[in-house]
Design a protein around this ligand. Sequence first.
Ligand code: MF3
Ligand code: CO
Ligand code: CO
Length: 293
Amino acid sequence: MPKDAQGHMIPGLHSPRLTVPAAIERPFYVDVKDFDETGFGDTYDDEEIERIRESSRIAAGALDAIAAEIRPGITTDHIDRVGHDYMVSHGAYPSTLGYSGFQKSLCTSVNEVICHGIPDDTVLEEGDIVNVDVTAFKNGMHGDTNRTFFVGEVSQEARDLVDRTLEATLRGIRAAKPGRQVSVIGRTIEKYAKRFGYSSVREYTGHGVGRQFHSGLIIPHYDDPERFTDVIEENMVFTVEPMLTIGSPRWTTWQDGWTVTTADRSLTAQFEHTIVIHADGAEILTGSLVENS
Ligand code: MF3
Ligand code: CO
Ligand code: CO
């Protein structure tokens, strides 16, 4: 029962929480009610970057494994299971599992769901688009990435939105250079989105990632140079993860406290990479491990 009579997404049934072998290191926040993950810095030495690289590769590899499974008829729970098994079999803890009450190993956000959708018994249908957001924790480091997938054949409108959201993400990443304010990333993304009449969601942002899941550093996906004055430095690690909508950027949250949808139920898409800043620009740490996916 994935949709109501109007074709809008509605909550499904939640399956029991998956388990992680005790031998796999857990982030400190798992099942902790109130915690502060900010204040641990956003720059890393080469050895630390290697560790973030490994976590990032595992997250990207999980998305590759999931990409091979996407088709009409699968449930978002199946996506969760495939991602969970991939991370665990690579020695990583799924960072979302037990994070602030979240009970699944990744997020699945279908059609008008902007982000933080909870995997359940929702069955994907031909024409849907589904974003899958995976974060892996290993050797004390998190790597965070998401992609939006097509379920079977989708409308030209959906295809354009998804393709342009990926392009906006890559343009934002290319704008990230040492010495520039983080606002340059948002400006680049929003300017590109506006060409097509799309909006960029404001309240959910990119973030510093590595030692912590969300380090406190905010990476905006819209233009506000007065507010986002942090300067990008060499060896910084953070995500770029714009959410673009066909309609209004306004949003609302489901009763579950997590699922964020567009207020007008218009279609929305997202891509996310974890990047590290070098002297000459950004390196993507969460690129696909296989060609053409
Ligand atoms: N991976 C998401 C991000 O990009 C965060 C998900 S937190 C969860 O920041 F609790 F919703 F899973
Ligand atoms: Co993410
Ligand atoms: Co993120």
